[in-house]
Design a protein around this ligand. Structure first.
Ligand code: ZN
Length: 458
């Protein structure tokens, strides 16, 4: 089984590498490229790229290597050596001139389908329009250096498939599918005049969010998202910022409801992550077996200790009241202010208890905000050294992605520059271990962007 899977992957990569950068290939789609240019395929050299004279930040150690050479072949990092490495016939050779080679960045709390579309459009526009805006956004995400995202709500399955097939460039997507929410919860985007009664809203019909009440409905909703290809399940267990009906302080879902989702996810070998801000919501989620708390800004000392005791993840976002990061399209700024006031405390508690902290942004509804993706990396220097930030954004976030176990759609090694890992790589003009601001100017700072061994820039 694994042999056929890997040979399938190898042939897929050859095909994708031929599509990359070819307008005809992109327009023609996947299979027509094979049919239209058999000679090219037969004559194609090894799908290889050699980086020469680069200083490697490997995603794990807080330092750069001595000048090194890195050979990428068939989508994987094949060889890393300080000695000269021979380029296979036909390989692309990139002279690094001492630039930094590092893993592609990972956003652990991203919304592929929601990042760039205004909220009013999301819940009213044709789904085709929503998809195309999201597709453009996915390419922009990749071109800012983010090669993988954990998608924490939204109907991203189709776009994920298109990216994987090479229809358009974008990051690897670990999809949650719809956010599962109780009636009146963070994922209930119905209008007041639609209540009482429950006719599925447009948001439910496009699978952006599912409303479920009682363990049986939560079970069904969880199993539906798993059926569609969710790599993990997303529940809302506290009030949220962008939702109009639930104050931040409310707790959502009962213990048996959360436990129903946890059990169904565990039966598929994966886990539940929850949107939760407050101590009560976080603690109830942990009691039910949730493995990842997304947000958690309002947690107290006892809650942080419980996250540590349960060995759960804290996927924390650097929400602060910084004019350079402010999202002009964010609904309910008064709720946002409640959270941004306590983000410093949350990072302090995370450090105090040595929590497994993931980095993510949760950018929503604004092309202008999404264009500043890298600024959310740079702002992390408020709490951590650049090396700590970059380890979090690469190998630690990759460890969280791997929590999907058998539901991981990309089961190789991510977030690390090591032999055998996926070749998701950035060549950075400068030393990001001294200057995180480099990621605020990806157009000039990122010399090469590679995903799955394919050069998308450089
Ligand atoms: Zn979110």
């Amino acid at each position: 089984m694994s042999v056929s899977r890997s040979s399938w992957r190898a042939s897929r990569r050859r095909l994708l590498s031929m599509c990359a950068g070819s307008a005809a290939g992109l327009a023609a789609g996947r299979l027509p490229v094979r049919a239209a240019s058999p000679a090219r395929q037969d004559a194609a050299p090894a799908n290889a790229t050699l980086f020469q004279n680069v200083l490697i930040f490997d995603g794990m150690r807080p330092e750069r290597s001595a000048p090194s050479n890195v050979l990428v072949r068939d989508g994987l990092i094949d060889t890393i050596s300080e000695e000269p490495v021979d380029a296979p016939a036909g390989a692309r050779v990139i002279e690094g001139n001492g630039a930094t080679l590092m893993p592609g960045m990972i956003d652990a709390h991203w919304h592929t389908m929601l990042a760039e579309i205004p909220v009013a459009e999301l819940f009213s526009a044709d789904i085709g329009y929503v998809d195309l805006i999201a597709g453009r956004g996915a390419t922009r995400t990749l071109m800012q250096g983010f090669t993988s995202v954990r998608d924490m709500a939204g109907p991203s399955f189709g776009l994920k498939r298109a990216i994987d097939e090479g229809v358009l460039p974008g990051p690897r997507i670990f999809p949650s599918g719809a956010i599962i929410s109780q009636t009146s919860g963070h994922g209930d985007f119905r209008k007041r005049m639609e209540v009482p009664g429950h006719t599925p809203s447009y948001g439910e019909r496009i699978n952006a969010g599912v409303i479920a009440d009682g363990p049986d409905e939560v079970l069904r909703a969880t199993r539906e998202q798993l059926m569609l290809g969710a790599s993990q399940i997303k529940l809302a267990t506290s009030g949220g910022i962008i939702s109009d009906h639930d104050p931040i302080d409310v707790v959502e879902f009962s213990l048996p409801e959360i436990a129903a989702a946890v059990g169904a996810a565990a039966d598929w070998g994966t886990y539940v992550a929850v949107h939760a801000f407050t101590p009560r919501a976080v603690q109830r989620s942990l009691e039910a077996g949730v493995r990842c708390i997304d947000h958690g800004q309002l947690m107290d000392d006892a809650t942080a200790r419980m996250i540590a005791e349960k060995d759960a993840w804290l996927s924390l976002q650097p929400f602060i009241d910084d004019p350079s990061l402010r999202n002009p399209e964010e609904p309910n700024p008064e709720k946002s202010a409640i959270v941004s006031q306590v983000t410093d405390t949350a990072y302090a508690l995370a450090k105090k208890y040595g929590l497994k902290v993931a980095w993510g942004t949760d950018i929503l509804f604004s092309p202008a905000a999404a264009a500043k993706h890298g600024a959310h990396v740079a702002v992390m220097s408020r709490w951590y050294t650049p090396a700590e930030v970059l380890i979090m954004v690469t190998s630690m976030n990759a460890d969280l992605l791997a929590l999907s176990g058998p539901r991981n759609p990309y089961p190789g090694v991510l977030g690390r520059v090591e032999e055998g890992a996926y070749a998701d790589l950035l060549l950075v003009d400068g030393n990001p271990l001294e200057n995180l601001e480099l990621f605020t100017t990806p157009e000039t700072s990122l010399l090469v962007i590679m995903k799955d061994g394919i050069v998308h820039k450089g």
